[in-house]
Design a protein around this ligand. Sequence first.
Ligand code: PAF
Length: 296
Amino acid sequence: MSVRVIRTKDELRAALRPRRAAGETIGLVPTMGYLHNGHLALIRAARERCDVVVMSLFVNPTQFREGEDLESYPRDEARDVELAEGAGADFVYAPSVEEVYPEGFATWVEVGGGLTDVLCGDPGRRGPEHFRGVTTVVAKLFNTVDPDVSFFGQKDAQQAIVIQRMARDLDFRTEIVTVPTVREPDGLAMSSRNTYLSPADRERAPALYRALSAAREAVEGGAGLDAALADARRVLAEAGIEPEYLEARYADDLTPAAAFDGGRPVLVAVAARVGAARLIDNVVLGPPPGAGTPAE
Ligand code: PAF
């Protein structure tokens, strides 16, 4: 069956109703388009788990701060639809801004608990409003699609954690699956924003993953988190990259992690501007060998 592009909530609900009534399971892959292999891995994971796969394609204006790249965000719907079909999507839901945010829109979904005002949500960076935009649009997608399973990328680890909390707190019935980051051969995490990198910056950008790998190796060699972060910082400095943040936080609640506490997995997350691109990446680390149960 070829993919069907749908523009409105009503049309999408009508298309999904008989499938659900027939007992089929529905998978949702939310995207902002300009698909790369990371997105395709999400669609393939949905294809494996679910009978019906819906990919949403919507550059969500409410998650961009004034002065960010909303206008220049790369867009190519025809290419996205073709790629989504190749990866196994049944429906591409590509609504207009007015369909998602009708005149007079005034209701927001905000996750608290210290999850949205740290790392990317720090008010000096993208701010908690970024996550408010994400959770509002994702909540709307959950309401429209009513998915059995929803798929998000580990590259946006904080986003995945925030959405998990929202789904739990607001009783969305969907299961949330986090799919591992897909990387270029040199380790750079795939991102639609990699298109902003000049050739010289593209050469420097894999330093983010090299830095995270250095942290991982340090921990595996028995070093503490502070020493591991110092190693990571050195790798970034060698590439001339000043991180916006490079932090270790517990992966369950994003509180700062100074040590492996009771075997809790630790998220080491980095964000950095490399030329015109703001890049993020992360690894999840377990305690050093012999100190508890590894996270991965
Ligand atoms: O990860 C993204 O591409 C976006 O934040 C999402 C989840 C599609 C919401 O707009």
